[in-house]
Ligand binder design. Structure first.
Ligand SMILES: O=C(O)C[C@H]1C=CC(=O)O1
Length: 93
């Protein structure tokens, strides 16, 4: 098990065909909800005032996370920052 904190900033071009945009966003939603149901996409939060999110992924490896992120329909329009997480020694649970 490996936990990762991911920030995704979405930059869809303003001149992208509105139908392509709507279809891509709909596919992104279905893809992310399937991964949430599987437990791999553990947290998904909107950053207030930005077309960005903070996510926590619970996956087997960095390679698996890479596959998941590359499979995002919005991947071509995103900047991402990934941080690998490990357990803090002061945690009590
Ligand atoms: O809206 C976003 O933050 C981008 C992306 C992440 C999940 C989803 O449904 O869309």
């Amino acid at each position: 098990m490996a936990l990762f904190h991911v920030r995704m900033d979405v930059h869809i071009p303003h001149d992208l065909d509105p139908e392509v945009r709507a279809q891509t966003v709909a596919r992104e939603k279905a893809y992310s909800q399937e991964l949430q149901r599987s437990g791999k996409w553990r947290e998904l939060w909107r950053i207030v005032g930005q077309y960005s999110n903070i996510s926590i992924f619970d996956v087997e490896s960095a390679d698996e996370l890479h596959e998941i992120l590359q499979g995002l329909p919005l991947f071509p329009y995103m900047d991402m920052q990934v941080m690998a997480l490990t357990r803090h020694p002061s945690r009590i649970d």
